[in-house]
Design a binder for this molecule. Structure first.
Ligand code: ADP
Ligand code: MG
Length: 281
C-alpha cells in the first residue's frame, strides 16, 4: 500500500489514507481502534465495494447508511471477517485492529470475532437456554475459572444488555421463548459476554416494533461508554438518534463521512444530499 497521505488529511495515529481516497469528509479519527484502508470486496469476481477507507474509534457510534445494495453489510462483514464464510467472496485492502492486521494468516478468526462481535438483523439466539446463550462464548474462550465466575459473567452481561430484570427468574427457559426485542438484547448480552472491543450491528432493529427499537437505541447509547460501535441502518432517523459519526455509501463507494449532525444538516456531496432529502433510496 502507498504510504502517501491525502493532502486534506491531518496526520493521525491510524494508518495513512490512500491518495486515491475520494471520500468527502474526514475518514480518520484521532484514536483509531479499527482502521480500514482501500478495502475492496468481490463476490465471484463481481465488485461490491471499492476502496473503502475509514476509522472506527472507542466511545463512538458510527452509523452506515445508504440505499439498499450499496454495500453496507458487505463492508461491515469485512470488519470481523464474516465475509470469509461466504463462498466466492474475496476481500483486498487492509484492516487493522489495535495495530494488528486482522487478515494476517496468523490471526485466529474465532478470537477476532470475540473482539469484534456482531449483532444481526434478525435476532438469532442459539437453541439453548437464556443462561447458556450468554455462557457459551465465555466457556469456549475459557473466560471463567469456575461456575461462580461464569454466573457472574452471565449476570453482568445480561445486566449491561438491559435484560437481567426481565429474565433473572427464568434463566433456564429457551432463549427463543423471549420476545423479539428481548431476543435481540440477549444477542447483545451474548456479544458483550466475551469482552469485545468493537460491536458491529447490521440493522439490529429492523425486525422490532418501535418500543423494542427505542430500548435497543437507548442501550446502544449506554454501550458506547465501553465499546466502539458500528451500526448499519436503513433508518436515517435512527442514524441521527444513535450515532456521532455517519458514513454514506452509494453503489459500493464510501461517498461521505462526517459528524452526524453535519451530515444531516449540511451534506457536502450531492449524492449524500439527494439521499438524506429523500430524493432516492
Ligand atoms: N453473498 C453474496 N453473494 C453475491 N453477491 C452479494 C452477496 N451479498 C451481497 N451481494 C451483492 O453485493 C452488493 C452489496 O450488497 P450488501 O452489502 O448486502 O448491501 P446493503 O447491505 O447496503 O444493502 C449488492 O449488489 C449485493 O447484491
Ligand atoms: Mg444490508
Amino acid at each position: 500500500m502507498s504510504s502517501a497521505t491525502a493532502p486534506n488529511e491531518p496526520a493521525v495515529a491510524g494508518l495513512p489514507v490512500p491518495v486515491n481516497c475520494k471520500t468527502v469528509g474526514r475518514v480518520t479519527v484521532d484514536n483509531a481502534l479499527l482502521s480500514a484502508r482501500g478495502v475492496n470486496v468481490f463476490y465471484s469476481g463481481k465488485q461490491a465495494i471499492q476502496e473503502v477507507s475509514i476509522d472506527i474509534s472507542r466511545n463512538e457510534v458510527l452509523a452506515m447508511i445508504g440505499p439498499s445494495g450499496c454495500g453496507k453489510s458487505t463492508f461491515l462483514r469485512c470488519l470481523n471477517r464474516m465475509n470469509d464464510t461466504i463462498e466466492g467472496a474475496r476481500v483486498t485492502g487492509s484492516i487493522v485492529l489495535d495495530g494488528q492486521d486482522i487478515y494476517d494468516k496468523r490471526q485466529d478468526v474465532v478470537q477476532l470475532r470475540a473482539r469484534v462481535g456482531m449483532v444481526f438483523q434478525k435476532p438469532n439466539p442459539f437453541p439453548k437456554s437464556i443462561y447458556e446463550n450468554v455462557a457459551y462464548g465465555p466457556r469456549i474462550h475459557g473466560l471463567a475459572a469456575d461456575r461462580v465466575e461464569l454466573d457472574e459473567i452471565v449476570h453482568t452481561s445480561l445486566q449491561r444488555a438491559g435484560l437481567w430484570d426481565e429474565v433473572k427468574d427464568r434463566l433456564n427457559n429457551p432463549g427463543t421463548s423471549l420476545s423479539g426485542g428481548q431476543q435481540q438484547r440477549l444477542c447483545i448480552a451474548r456479544t458483550i459476554a466475551v469482552n469485545p472491543e468493537v460491536i458491529l450491528m447490521d440493522e439490529p432493529c429492523s425486525a422490532l416494533d418501535p418500543i423494542a427499537t427505542a430500548r435497543i437505541e437507548d442501550l446502544i447509547d449506554e454501550l458506547r461508554a465501553s465499546y466502539a460501535i458500528a451500526i448499519v441502518t436503513h433508518s436515517m432517523q435512527q442514524a441521527a438518534r444513535v450515532s456521532q459519526r455517519t458514513a454514506y455509501f452509494h453503489l459500493g463507494d464510501l461517498i461521505e463521512v462526517g459528524e452526524t449532525d453535519r451530515i444531516f444538516t449540511n451534506p457536502r456531496h450531492k449524492l449524500t444530499e439527494d439521499y438524506i432529502t429523500g430524493r432516492f433510496g
